[in-house]
Design a protein around this ligand. Structure first.
Ligand code: FAD
Ligand code: FES
Length: 279
């Protein structure tokens, strides 16, 4: 098992960030690029930020988003998000030149052990968001990477060209099989495992998506012995360990009693062997 770290001791700040691009990538999914060189330089794959989507008290709480990609040399980073409710609707209407208050960097990071030769990313829907940043780091380390990416229908696929540019091998799944595998992305993973096999002690799974998909990846990891790091979501109040609103149960080795860990500090990345995934 690769120990995942916690962000409890690292410095978090409230940054003023300028929106320099807001693009509708596919229906209902936007990508916003923020200019903020300090934050772009600090963020790591798997981490997230907490955004005040507009000035004033509506909505009251900030909204958390994974870092989609970062370019420290150019001083920007991006988020990729699905419009779900009030906060994401407001965010989708943000204009270039607007400034937003962003808390970060938050949470822990995906861990890449030194013996890693092959990475398998599994993403469901908007769970693709943190994977591009990870794919770019894996490319820089010359680690062979496959990305299993599932959506309901073809029109929901996004960023495929960006992934191809990293050299990642894309394996697509849709409900009707047009394009790619017909069925769930985790069924595709299972069938590829049976077809090509993975060298267990040189491979790691990185997954982000809805709870049912994460549970299927967790089951696959247990059955095959391939370590897996899962990126979880939780409803968040503060984003930095004060409100305890984001606790999830974690069962540590040799201790049958679960302990509660905070997704915002000890996550969002958890070892599949330990975390109990909430609905
Ligand atoms: C660590 C972390 C990283 C995230 N990264 C991304 C990302 O990269 N891209 C992205 O599109 N979304 C991401 N999310 C989810 C995102 O934060 C929510 O979609 C957003 O807060 C919804 O805000 P809203 O005001 O639009 O919706 P609301 O009006 O608050 O809610 C609309 C619906 O979405 C559900 N919802 C709200 N927040 C969450 C949440 N945190 N988890 C699950 N369901 C929620 C509500 O139950 C409700 O059904 C992330 C969440 C976390 C915790
Ligand atoms: S969101 Fe407040 S403790 Fe995690």
């Amino acid at each position: 098992m690769i120990p995942v770290t916690t962000n409890a001791s690292k410095s978090i700040a409230d940054f003023r960030c300028e929106v320099i691009e807001n693009r509708l990538v596919v229906p209902s999914i936007h990508r916003i690029r923020f200019h903020q060189p300090l934050l772009a330089n600090q963020v790591q794959p798997g981490q997230f930020i907490n955004i005040r989507v507009q000035e004033g008290s509506v909505p009251l709480l900030r909204r958390p988003f994974s870092i989609h990609r970062s370019n420290p040399a150019a001083g920007w980073f991006e988020i990729l998000f699905d419009i779900r409710g009030t906060g994401t609707k407001i965010l989708s209407e943000t204009l270039s030149g607007q400034w937003l208050s962003i808390l970060g960097p938050l949470g822990n990071t995906f861990q890449l052990p030194s013996h890693l030769k092959r990475a398998i990313m599994v993403a469901g829907g908007i769970g693709i968001a943190p994977m591009l940043f990870l794919a770019e780091i894996l490319r820089d380390k010359a680690i062979e990477t496959e990305c299993y990416y599932g959506v309901r229908e073809a029109s929901q696929f996004c960023c495929l060209d960006d992934f191809k540019a990293t050299g990642v091998t894309l394996k697509l799944a849709t409900e009707d099989g047009r394009p790619g595998f017909k069925g769930y992305v985790t069924q595709l993973l299972q069938s590829e495992f049976q077809r090509q096999g993975f060298v267990i002690n040189e491979t790691i799974l990185f997954a982000c998506g809805p709870p049912a998909m994460l549970r299927a990846v967790q089951k696959f990891a247990r059955e095959t012995g391939i370590p897996a790091q899962l990126s979880l979501e939780a409803m968040m109040g503060c984003g930095f360990g004060v409100c305890v609103g984001c606790a999830v149960p974690v069962r540590k080795e040799n201790n049958p009693e679960p302990q509660y860990h905070l997704v915002c500090q000890q996550g969002p990345i958890f070892n599949a062997e330990e975390v109990i995934i909430p609905d």
